[in-house]
Write a protein that binds this ligand. Structure first.
Ligand SMILES: Nc1nc2c(c(=O)[nH]1)N[C@H]1C(S)=C(S)[C@@H](COP(=O)(O)O)O[C@H]1N2
Ligand SMILES: [Mo]
Length: 428
């Protein structure tokens, strides 16, 4: 597969926009200026358009509840605005795949109820032979999608903001957006058609560079701005690599909250790439933009270029104990402490645990082989001595050679937290 060099790709897009060969519909002008600044191309253009750092996540709960269909028992979920975070202790003993009833939900608005019989996927755009505009889109219904060869892939979906709350609680830098702890992730067995097969059958042209899948949920409105329907461009190279149009999750038809009847699954990339309730896909010979690859899901802050990093692609590295924060453990008893670690860059090959606030470390016992796109389960046995408060730490290393750092580099929207999390427990 073509290697994807995101930085070069992004600069290439911007150059195309400057020469008016790229489109950026529905995008606030200030975002484009920010992008130009990022690529060092802003000199000829008016500046002074300060970037607004608000995250896309509404901080306040929706008045009518989170807009999620499945039950959210408080022992399994923590509701955060329109989203539901999986409580890690709820995964104890559940096996490798996250049960659907405990899988986190991240909705920009609310879960739509779509009738399977009415659902169509519309493919259109300059990147397809013979279906240049939306009105002449190629249509596929669910039966047609099911007739294509079915592929099964176990992959995590993890929100780019997972771990965001630790920027405030551990590093003293609060950031706006959903205050996830570590449960904005789930791993499932997805089954569906390959996006590559669908694109080829739709007449993909060699000149196509971007695809733009769009959800059928309500347009996302935040701070008085209507950003339109949730949509985020994906380079054709990734679209043809390992992306699924999934209609099953863990052997069951996809549920309403997770994108029924069909969603994208974009393995190893930030969750926003995996568009739920997909209704249409534009395929273009020009680079495409939406607020989800310009204003949101880029890194802004003092350690990043003025206009931010390139759009986020791969997820980062994290570890979590399957224990409540502030759990109480009896002294002088051996406890088996279970947890999970994962990385978007490859499999996790080593996990070290400290039961004394980071002074001493030992290897955890891994229950799974390093596995790309998934996680590994692990455990350590611990016999705490006296009563008192202790911080447990877990630190993962992946097959790409990365190890979780002590501190995550700050960004204004709190994405990609990767530092070792300090997990308080009480012995006594
Ligand atoms: N159409 C649509 N797709 C979407 C979203 C959304 O709000 N609308 N949220 C995205 C985000 S930010 C994440 S993290 C994942 C969450 O998937 P899940 O709710 O199945 O866990 O879906 C992504 N796909
Ligand atoms: Mo997300």
């Amino acid at each position: 597969m073509t290697p994807i060099n995101e930085v070069a790709y992004d600069r290439h897009r911007l150059r195309q926009w400057l020469t008016r060969t790229a489109r950026a519909d529905g995008l606030p002008r200030r975002d484009l200026f920010a992008l130009l600044a990022a690529a060092g191309m802003a000199t000829a253009l008016p500046t002074g358009t300060a970037y607004a750092a608000d995250g896309p996540d509404p901080a306040a709960p929706a008045a009518a509840g989170p807009g999620i269909v499945k039950p959210l028992p408080p022992e399994w979920f923590t509701v955060r605005g329109t989203n539901a975070e999986t409580n890690f202790p709820a995964l104890r003993g559940t096996g490798y795949h996250t049960p659907v009833d405990r899988f986190f939900v991240r909705n920009h608005t609310s879960t739509p109820r779509l009738a399977e019989a009415d659902w169509r996927l519309r493919l259109w755009g300059s990147g397809l032979r013979g279906s240049v505009d939306y009105a002449r889109a190629i249509e596929l219904d669910l039966a047609a999608l099911r007739r294509l060869p079915a592929h099964t892939h176990t992959a995590a979906i993890e929100c780019a903001g997972n771990g965001r709350s630790f920027y405030a609680s551990q590093q003293g830098r609060p950031v706006p957006g959903t205050a996830w702890t570590l449960g904005g992730i789930g791993v499932a067995r997805w089954r569906g058609a390959r996006l590559a097969d669908v694109l080829h059958r739709a007449g993909l042209r060699r000149e196509a560079v971007d695809v733009l899948p769009r959800g059928l949920d309500d347009p996302y409105v935040s701070g008085g701005v209507d950003f339109g329907r949730v949509r985020r461009p994906l380079p054709v190279a990734k679209a043809l690599d390992d992306v699924l149009l999934a209609y099953e999750m863990n052997g069951e038809p996809l549920g309403p909250d997770h994108g029924a009847p069909v969603r994208l699954v974009v393995p190893s990339w930030v969750g926003i790439a995996s568009i739920k309730w997909v209704g249409d896909i534009e395929v273009a010979t020009q680079p495409l933009y939406s607020p989800w690859n310009t204003e949101f899901y880029r890194l802004f802050g003092p350690d990043y270029p003025d206009g931010g990093s390139p759009p986020l692609t791969r997820q980062t590295l994290k570890s979590a104990f399957e224990l409540p924060f502030g759990a109480r453990l009896a002294p002088r008893v051996t406890h088996r402490l279970p947890g999970r670690s994962w990385s978007g860059a490859g499999g996790v090959r080593r996990v070290e645990v400290s039961t004394d606030g980071g002074a001493n470390w030992r290897r955890a016992r891994l229950r799974d082989e390093p596995r790309r796109d998934g996680w590994v389960r692990w455990s350590v046995d611990w016999r705490p001595a006296g009563p008192g408060s202790v911080e447990l730490l877990a630190r993962a290393s992946d097959t790409a050679g990365r190890t979780q750092p002590d501190r995550a580099i700050f960004n204004t929207q709190g994405y990609l937290f990767d530092a070792v999390v300090r997990h308080p427990v009480t012995v006594g």
